[in-house]
Ligand binder design. Structure first.
Ligand code: TYM
Length: 326
């Protein structure tokens, strides 16, 4: 039996290349080795400001298409939409009753986001990590592929698993993050911060046109202070991206130029822009084709809800029985 893996991504518009490298790229590699459950975290995205109605529904479907365009194969892995599996919300409530408020007050993502959306600090934003813990524990996975910024949430998941086991008997095992390397793609505008949808000027999207990519990169900050002998963070970020999207030869060539002090950042940016555009070209084309194949997408979503629902329901039944609800 293959070990299980679960992970989700929020539907908040096109994915940026940090999302891709930190999660989706790994999902595609993992689908051959593990029993994988990948979902669109639509309930999570309600904690941020959004436009109600069709725009939200379109973003959700769009993310399913992005999963497929990036190489996820519904015959190999389960792709589903979080809100179509009601056990996510059900287990969240049960886990809520086990967790002291203080544990959530120290979550850095909550502090960050409540600073950014001070007019909308809703209870869901505070409770977000418990929903994420439920997302994970429902599937009893061995690993959870996520980017660096989600590690604190995984620690909380394990805290909740231990609390549940302690009170109701052994039910959940420790989960581990799966990261090929601790990749943290930084903002183009401020290399001290991570690349993020909520920071304008910080990101490049997977499906940006080659011209957009070049334009965004041309503005990327390179001139920041750095300790003696270290690359400035903005430059290091561009080199990291070049290594991910370009080939080793080009990377080595620019490294030599950097070491010799002859590097022109405009050349580095132009080369990187064309490498990124080339890397995503095929995915961009598949994504466009999928926009004309809505029935196929409907089927992926419907099948995914059934498959994920079976596993989730079995865990919730077990949980309810252990607690004494049934
Ligand atoms: P989200 O939607 O913000 O991001 C999706 C994934 O992208 C990674 N990521 C990055 N990786 C590297 N560099 C960056 N600059 C960068 N920005 C984002 C994130 O780490 C994430 O893996 N809470 C999650 C969604 C979620 C989830 C879950 C994940 C909900 N439930 C259960 C795993 C398991 C989130 O907001 O991801």
């Amino acid at each position: 039996m293959k070990e299980r893996i679960v992970s989700g991504i929020q539907p908040t518009g096109d994915l940026h290349i940090g999302n891709y490298l930190g999660s989706l790229k790994n999902f595609v590699e993992l689908q051959d080795k593990f029993d994988c459950y990948f979902f669109v975290a639509d309930l999570h995205s309600l904690t941020e400001d959004f436009t109600p109605g069709q725009p939200k529904a379109d973003q959700i479907r769009d993310l399913v298409k992005t999963f497929v365009a990036a190489g996820l194969n519904p015959d190999k892995c389960t792709i589903f939409i979080q809100s179509q599996v009601p056990q996510h919300a059900e287990l969240t409530w049960i886990l809520n009753t086990l967790l002291p408020m203080g544990e959530l007050e120290r979550m850095t993502q909550y502090k960050d986001k409540s600073g950014r959306q001070s007019a909308n600090i809703n209870v869901g934003l505070f409770d977000y990590p418990v929903l994420m813990s439920a997302d994970i524990l429902l599937y009893k996975p061995a690993f959870v592929p996520v980017g660096h910024d989600q590690l604190q949430h995984l620690e909380l998941t394990n805290t909740l698993a231990r609390k549940f086991n302690h009170k109701f008997g052994e039910t959940f095992s420790e989960v581990k993050p799966y990261m090929q390397k601790p990749l943290r793609i930084m903002s183009l505008a401020d290399p001290e911060r991570k690349m993020s949808k909520s920071e304008p000027g910080s990101f490049i999207n997977m499906f940006d046109s080659p011209e957009e990519i070049a334009k965004k990169l041309s503005r990327a900050v390179t001139a920041t202070d750095a300790p003696e002998g270290e690359m400035p963070k903005g430059v290091k970020n561009l080199f990291d991206l070049l290594l991910e999207f370009g080939n080793q030869e080009v990377y080595d060539d620019f490294t030599k130029q950097y070491q010799a002090g002859t590097i022109k950042y405009s050349d580095l940016k132009q080369t990187l822009a064309s490498q990124i555009a080339q890397y995503f070209q095929h995915m961009r084309e598949i994504k466009q084709q999928l926009d004309t194949q809505e029935r196929q997408i409907d089927k992926i979503i419907a099948d995914g809800a059934v498959k994920a629902g079976k596993v989730a329901q079995s865990t919730v039944q077990e949980v309810k029985a252990k607690i004494g609800l049934i």
